[in-house]
Design a protein around this ligand. Structure first.
Ligand code: MG
Length: 159
């Protein structure tokens, strides 16, 4: 088989006095994402999708939150490591499609910067990294602005 597909999901709580970082971009907002690392839920969902495509486990296995080494970690560096792992197994990225679910703030002004940052981090073309955004129509915890969730799908190609 020359193609593999993986999906990833992540959610982090929104809390005061934390930066809001998605796709390696800091977004101005009164609340930020809580987590052991920089809590970049977009980058985390993409990493999980890449690992899932090759049945290599999940990010918790490689970067356990119990390990102080990853406290405040820049998730882009973790993504680079996952990409290297994928390449070392003889695979490379075909494309990523992702969707950020957030009530506030508006993501649209930041999507292009996230796309550029992630493409650069993965050494791939911008049009291979799709990032979409939607609200949760004020429904549930995401709708109440208690957190931000992300879904990602990744296609890997052999070679
Ligand atoms: Mg996470």
């Amino acid at each position: 088989m020359n193609v593999r597909i993986g999906n990833g999901y992540d959610i982090h709580r929104l809390v005061p006095e934390r930066p809001l970082i998605l796709g390696g971009i800091e977004i101005p907002h009164s609340l930020g994402l809580l987590g052991h690392s920089d809590a970049d839920a977009l980058t985390h969902a993409i990493m999980d999708a890449m690992l899932g495509a090759l049945s290599l486990g999940d990010i918790g296995h490689y970067f356990p939150p119990s390990d102080p080494k990853w406290a405040g970690a820049n998730s882009l560096l973790l993504l680079q490591q996952v990409n290297q792992l994928v390449r070392s197994r003889g695979w490379h990225l075909g494309n990523i499609d992702s969707v950020i679910i957030a009530e506030e703030p508006k993501m649209k002004p930041h999507l292009q910067a996230m796309q550029e940052k992630l493409a650069q981090t993965l050494s791939t073309a911008r049009d291979q990294v799709a990032i979409k955004a939607t609200t949760n129509e004020k429904l549930g915890p995401v709708g109440r602005e208690e957190g931000i969730a992300v879904y990602a799908v990744v296609l890997l190609l052999k070679g």
